[in-house]
Design a protein around this ligand. Structure first.
Ligand SMILES: [Zn+2]
Length: 398
């Protein structure tokens, strides 16, 4: 696998057209697409969902469980790993795959979004962004070049360039300013990344973030200008930050309509199961979201009939599994009544089993969506899913 993927990028970072890292198997620019992404640690059949392993761990699951849930590729966070345990330590130990015991593909974000969303006193200038560690208060300075060095040290399969993210709504001048800076930072990131090596020597793919705020025309312009840069794929940033859902998909379509069909697109940080299907319909190939893992720890399970909250007293004597259709360990062996008891008693097993179930549910949905795409039956598949899936008002998630 590694030898095959090694051809995707030659010495010095030049991309080879003879060994493409992404094959579009069905679909086009703005359409539901099925594709094949080749990485240094294996193939990813898209559309695909990446569980979030913030600190090098999908909270509560072992690597074997992450794999059993149907995961092909997972996401980890540059920001958290750079602060603890540090990218240099992970490099000395052979890279993130060996460190966390996961031999499949890994994508890391660039850290930009988390710095801007987690910190009030961020000083952003053209050179980079300065912030204080949330762990011990020491000052860190992240530049586009440093973001790529950290991800090279981690040895991940897909690195993402540093962007200047902003929250919507924002003034058009602020959106333009952040978008132009993102393009300049993308160029710097890609230029520097071409000089770096991973701890294993295996090649790394680089995705560039497309910004552009809430205006479809600006988004399309930024997408086209990003596509002119030598990146291996694209990350759509700055969506689902306060705008209406219909606007989210209009913006995603504007971006994807301006991107070349033969490179993958990753929609950052969303969303619910229906969101994933809407995203696929808008031409997205890769997703990540904390919902299946974070909500599991709060007692929420995603099922084919919609979300349910295991804390609800209605489940107190319910001997059924979370989801009759699911084949995860929790659904094969444990009842809703028992899982509710575990959650009420604060037992770690409740968090583990709900997380295992939710990740399995997301991965099963993506696998079935991909099979429907291959059959040319994506729309009927979505109709059938929506007929069963009910968004019901759940108890507030703390
Ligand atoms: Zn299950």
């Amino acid at each position: 696998m590694a030898a095959e993927a090694a051809g995707a990028r030659g010495p010095g970072g030049a991309r080879s057209e003879a060994a493409p890292h992404f094959t579009l198997e069905r679909g086009s620019e703005v359409a539901p697409r099925a594709g094949l992404l080749r990485t240094s640690h294996g193939l990813v059949r898209t559309p695909a969902f990446m569980p979030v392993g913030t600190a090098g761990s999908v909270k509560g699951l072992s690597p074997a469980e992450i794999r059993t849930a149907g995961t092909q590729i997972l996401l980890s966070n540059t920001y958290h790993l750079m602060l603890r345990p540090g990218a240099d330590l992970i490099r000395r130990l052979g890279g993130l795959h060996r460190f966390m015991g996961w031999d499949g593909p890994i994508l890391t974000d660039s850290g930009g979004y988390q710095i801007l969303s987690l910190h009030e006193n961020v000083r952003l200038r053209e050179e980079g962004v300065e912030f204080r560690s949330h762990l011990d208060g020491h000052v860190e300075f992240l530049t586009p070049e440093r973001a790529m060095e950290i991800q090279a040290d981690l040895g991940v399969d897909v690195a993402v360039t540093l962007d200047h993210a902003i929250l919507l709504p924002a003034a058009p001048e602020a959106v333009r300013d952040a978008g132009e800076r993102t393009l300049r930072w993308t160029e710097r990131s890609l230029r520097h990344a071409a000089t770096l090596t991973t701890p294993t020597g295996l090649p790394q793919l680089r995705f560039a973030i497309v910004q552009g705020g809430g205006d479809p025309a600006t988004r399309a312009e930024m997408a086209a200008r990003t596509a002119a840069l030598p990146c291996d794929g694209f990350a759509i940033g700055g969506l689902s930050v306060g705008e209406a859902k219909a606007d989210t998909w209009a913006l995603a379509r504007a971006v994807n309509g301006a991107l070349p069909a033969n490179r993958p697109r990753y929609l950052m940080g969303m969303g619910t199961p229906p969101d994933l299907l809407d995203g696929i319909a808008a031409g997205v190939d890769l997703f990540d979201c904390v919902l299946p893992t974070r909500n599991a720890r709060n007692g929420m399970a995603f099922t084919s009939e919609g979300p349910l909250n295991i804390r609800n007293s209605a489940h107190a004597e319910d001997s059924r599994p979370l989801d009759e259709r699911c084949r995860c360990e929790a659904c094969a062996t444990l009842s809703r009544a028992y899982l509710r008891h575990l959650h009420q008693a604060g037992e770690i097993l409740a968090h583990r089993m709900l997380t295992l179930h939710n990740v399995t549910f997301y991965q099963t949905l993506m696998r079935e969506a991909r099979l429907a795409l291959e059959r040319g039956e994506f729309d009927p598949f979505v109709d059938e899913f929506r007929r069963r899936y009910r968004e019901r008002p759940a108890a507030p998630i703390p």
